[in-house]
Each structure stands twice: as structure tokens, then as C-alpha cells.
Design a protein around this ligand. Structure first.
Ligand SMILES: [Ca+2]
Ligand SMILES: [Ca+2]
Ligand SMILES: [Ca+2]
Length: 289
């Protein structure tokens, strides 16, 4: 019990102020197991880049993790929110933060997961965050996939299903690839080759296959030529999916090993991962950008 109190103190200190802290027993178990064994096997789920790269201010020396983990959940100075910290695979200190909000009174009172953020490469800096609505459905996700300290992936969900995926490929902090999903399948991709914020390639998919591609070579906003069957682009898509899956695997491993922290049943089920979209959504409308 003394050990638990010590660990709790450590985490409370890291949590800083604001938000009611709730202890997650699995963290204590994870901490002790990892401390004695030296590693919890989670590192094999992380990509090669994740092993080498640290975000600015971060370090792979877990005893030297910074007090400021660049939290991506809005929980500070909000005493009505409950914050839970837990440690995933390979983490000697908490690398998963869940933020809960309590709805209703008395019997209808229930605690719902509103935000979850994870330090997936264990450098002490949070690099992926997902928010949820009161029904427990995913709303948005942001991720720093190359661990340079800057968000480069934005996901939008509608009815808990992936509707739009925006990617920053040149690391200027702004998306230059926009992907739109419906019925669980990629429908359209827009690409901004000259990074002026406007798309100049339009890819149209049919039944999951790239059907045709429109190019705006003069960058005036109009298609100059249409090509069909662009195998190279199709392969690029596969690469993107692979990178994304690697991060999701690390994320999922962290979630599974870190414990739920007492979420409502609905919240926990949504916490279990990204469900592929399975029904038509109204979200296929492209954004103005
Ligand atoms: Ca990190
Ligand atoms: Ca980044
Ligand atoms: Ca960009």
C-alpha cells in the first residue's frame, strides 16, 4: 500500500493541478511488472521511427520525462473533469491519459470518456488524441505520426465512423491530402502538390479501387487532364494505410494494457478502437478547403 501511495504521489505530481485524479490499479501492476522485468514487450508494436525519434522536449529516458507532456486533451483548470493516468506496454510511467465527465444526477449519474491521449513512442510527449461525444462515439482524432512535436494527421468521425482523414505530408503543420470515406470505403482523395492550401489532384475511387485521377497542372483550380488507373498513387495509398495501421496498433496495445479506468460501458466499447465505417454517412460532403 505504501508503494501504491508513493506511485500515486508521483502521478499526482505529474498530473499537475486541475481535474480530480483517479487511481488506476492497472498502472500500479504495470509499473511493478515493467520495473522488475525491464520491458513489457510493447516496444515491438512500435515502428522503427518511433524507437529513434523524440519530439522536442521529450526523451527516451523514462526517468527524465518532462513535467509538461504537451497534453492534447483540454482538462486543465476544469475541476468538473476526472483525469485518469495509466501506463501501457513498455511504459514505466503513465503514458495514457483519459479524461472523463460525469453526466446526470443520482441513479442516472454516469461517467463518460471525453478525451484520451497517448504517448505512443514513450518519449514523454503525447502524440495522439481522440475525443468522444457523450454517447461514447469518436468525434475527432489528431496525431503526430512522425513524432516531430507537430500534429500531421486529423481524423473526423460522423456517427462514430471515419468520414474524413486529413494529412500533412510536408510537415508545415497544414493538411495537403484530404481523404473522404463513405460506406467504409475511400471515395475521394484531394492532393495539394504545390502546398498552396488548394487541391490540384483529384482521385476518384469506385468499389475501393482508384478509378481516375484529375490533374490541375497550371494550379488554377481546374482539371487539365484526367488519367485512369494510376498505379503509383494506389501504392502510395497502401503506404499511408500501413503507416496509419502501425500507429493504431501501438495505440491499441497501449489502451488494452493500460486498463479502462472505470468508463461507462458505452465509452469503453468506443475506447476499444477505430471501427471501420459500415453504413452510409452524411459526412461525405467535402470541406470548403
Ligand atoms: Ca510521444
Ligand atoms: Ca508531426
Ligand atoms: Ca502540409
Amino acid at each position: 500500500m505504501n508503494t501504491l501511495r508513493t506511485l500515486s504521489g508521483l502521478v499526482s505530481w505529474r498530473c499537475g493541478h486541475g481535474g480530480r485524479f483517479s487511481w488506476v490499479a492497472s498502472f500500479a501492476c504495470g509499473f511493478l511488472a515493467c520495473a522488475s522485468v525491464g520491458a513489457c514487450g510493447g516496444s515491438k508494436t512500435l515502428g522503427a521511427d518511433a524507437k529513434a525519434v523524440t519530439a522536442p522536449g521529450g526523451t527516451k529516458d523514462q526517468s527524465q520525462w518532462p513535467a509538461d507532456d504537451h497534453s492534447l486533451c483540454a482538462w486543465r483548470d476544469k475541476p468538473e473533469l476526472e483525469v485518469s493516468e495509466s501506463a501501457g506496454p513498455g511504459a514505466l510511467r503513465p503514458n495514457v491519459r483519459r479524461v472523463y465527465k460525469t453526466f446526470g444526477d443520482f441513479e442516472s449519474r454516469r461517467k463518460t470518456l471525453m478525451c484520451r491521449e497517448i504517448d505512443t513512442n514513450l518519449d514523454g510527449i503525447k502524440d495522439v488524441v481522440r475525443t468522444f461525444n457523450p454517447k461514447g462515439e469518436a468525434l475527432r482524432e489528431e496525431a503526430d505520426r512522425n513524432y516531430d512535436g507537430r500534429v500531421d494527421l486529423w481524423l473526423n468521425f460522423v456517427d462514430g465512423r471515419l468520414a474524413e482523414e486529413d494529412v500533412d505530408t510536408n510537415n508545415d503543420g497544414k493538411p495537403d491530402v484530404w481523404k473522404f470515406y463513405a460506406n467504409g470505403q475511400l471515395q475521394r482523395v484531394r492532393r495539394d502538390r504545390n502546398f498552396d492550401g488548394k487541391p490540384d489532384i483529384w482521385e476518384i475511387f469506385a468499389r475501393g479501387r482508384l478509378e481516375r485521377v484529375g490533374f490541375d497542372d497550371s494550379y488554377d483550380g481546374h482539371v487539365d487532364r484526367w488519367d485512369r488507373d494510376e498505379q503509383l498513387k494506389y501504392e502510395a495509398e497502401a503506404e499511408d494505410r500501413k503507416a496509419r495501421n502501425e500507429m493504431m496498433n501501438a495505440e491499441m496495445a497501449a489502451r488494452q494494457d493500460a486498463g479502462g479506468g472505470g468508463a461507462a460501458p458505452g465509452a469503453e466499447s468506443s475506447d476499444a478502437g477505430t471501427k471501420p465505417p459500415v453504413k452510409p454517412s452524411k459526412s461525405a460532403t467535402p470541406p470548403s478547403k
